[in-house]
Design a protein around this ligand. Structure first.
Ligand code: FES
Ligand code: FES
Length: 163
């Protein structure tokens, strides 16, 4: 449901390196604005309540659940979605490792997992399994049992370390 209290207004931010201005109700969810107005549908909705991490994006370098962010709070921010994460040099190694390790099954959690994994590896290029567990602790997966995802991130870290 779209919160429509108040009047629409223009809000500007940078998304994946591009300056964007949208005309929105200030309390609309950033998740909906990204998907519906900006056609950035790689960001998924799972729970809609800040529990699953399917809607993860980076805002000014912080990993956040976009379903919990009123779009007005993102004014002036630098937002990176899964589409922008795809430009990160670690992305292809992560994607291949997810495939090789069985870390992606239905795929609903995968974009959020990848955003969280890139966020982790950018800060810690040689994470322990505990680091990876912690880095992905906000992201739920109903399919894999998590081990394959943890192994995929560890494998991607190994592969990018030897490049
Ligand atoms: S859809 Fe945002 S945390 Fe689940
Ligand atoms: S692969 Fe289906 S929820 Fe994670």
């Amino acid at each position: 449901m779209t919160p429509n209290r108040g009047a629409k207004r223009e809000i500007s931010f940078v998304v994946n390196g591009d300056h964007r201005t949208v005309c929105v109700y200030p309390m609309e969810r950033l998740l909906d604005v990204l998907r519906q107005q900006l056609s950035l549908t790689g960001t998924k909705e799972g729970c809609g309540e800040g529990e699953c991490g399917a809607c993860s994006v980076l805002i000014d370098g912080a990993l956040v659940d976009s379903c919990l962010v009123p779009v007005a709070q993102a004014e002036g921010a630098r937002i990176v979605t899964i589409e922008g994460v795809a430009a990160n040099p670690r992305f292809s190694a992560l994607g291949q490792a997810f495939l090789d390790c069985g870390g992606a099954q239905c795929g609903i959690c995968t974009p959020g997992m990848m955003v969280a994994a890139v966020h982790l590896l950018d800060r810690n290029s040689a994470p322990t399994m505990d680091d990876i567990r912690e880095g992905l602790s906000g992201n739920l997966c109903r399919c894999t049992g998590y081990l394959q995802i943890l192994e995929a991130v560890a494998e991607a870290a190994r592969r990018t370390a030897v490049r």
